[in-house]
Each structure stands twice: as structure tokens, then as C-alpha cells.
Design a protein around this ligand. Structure first.
Ligand code: HEC
Length: 107
């Protein structure tokens, strides 16, 4: 709950700075870190734990968001998707879009 509050707080600061893009980037990066994504995909989203795990950095935001939603919603179950599902169940569509937007800005 503490985390949720601090994220909300960051959003407010972002909006008062007048930049939605900045808000998304900050939230996405914070969510990525706090939801355990780096454990498998790497802190920079391009040094995964094993070569079998996908690199996320720089992929299109729309594609990335859809993959996470599909894994969360049980629509994507191929390969090793099941091991990622537990990390996605608590994410809202907005959380996922924020993470995907941020990931797409990395190279
Ligand atoms: C336990 C390890 C693990 C964790 C933690 C994890 N993932 Fe994954 N993720 C995977 C694996 C493995 C795949 C590939 C599944 C497959 O075999 O198709 C994947 C696939 C993806 C894909 C699809 C990439 C593509 O190229 O199709 C996205 C996007 C993604 N993960 C984002 C995330 C985000 C965001 C988080 C944090 C909420 C996260 N992952 C946490 C293991 C993990």
C-alpha cells in the first residue's frame, strides 16, 4: 500500500510538471522495478536471466503492452509465459501501458 501511495504521489508531481510523457516514463520505470520484472528480464530490460527470456528494451509499446495483458489474461500461454503470469496479475491496463511506454524508449 505504501508503494501505491508513492506511485500516486509521483503521478501528481509528473502532472504538475505538465508532461504526461514524463509521468509515464517515471511510473513505468518504477513499476518495472517494483513488480519484479528485472529478476528475469534484467534491470535494463536487455540482459535477461537466460538467453531464452526475451529482450524487452526498444520493442514497440503497443506490442509489449498487449503481450503482458495477454499473459495476465491467460490468452498467451505459449513457451514459458506461465512463469511470468504471477507477476502480471496485480497490474492494471494503465500500469502495463506505462511500463510498455517506458520499455519502448530504451535501446
Ligand atoms: C519469472 C521470470 C519472469 C518475470 C519475473 C517476468 N517475466 Fe516477462 N517473460 C518471461 C518469459 C520466460 C517470457 C517469454 C515467454 C515465452 O516463452 O513466450 C516473458 C515475456 C515477456 C514479454 C513478451 C516479450 C515478447 O517479445 O514477446 C513481455 C512484454 C514481458 N515479459 C514483460 C514483463 C514485465 C513487464 C514483467 C514485470 C511485471 C515481467 N515480464 C516479469 C519471464 C518473466
Amino acid at each position: 500500500m505504501k508503494l501505491v501511495k508513492s506511485l500516486v504521489c509521483m503521478s501528481v508531481i509528473g502532472f504538475s510538471a505538465g508532461s504526461i510523457a514524463t509521468t509515464y516514463a517515471a511510473d513505468g520505470s518504477a513499476l518495472y522495478a517494483s513488480k519484479g520484472c528485472p529478476a528475469c528480464h534484467g534491470a535494463d530490460a536487455k540482459t535477461p536471466l537466460t538467453p531464452a527470456y526475451p529482450r524487452l528494451a526498444g520493442q514497440s509499446a503497443g506490442y509489449l503492452a498487449l503481450q503482458v495483458m495477454d499473459i495476465r489474461d491467460g490468452k498467451r500461454t505459449n513457451g514459458q509465459s506461465a512463469m511470468m503470469k504471477p507477476m502480471t496479475t496485480g497490474l492494471s491496463d494503465e500500469d502495463i501501458k506505462a511500463i510498455a511506454d517506458w520499455l519502448s524508449t530504451l535501446n
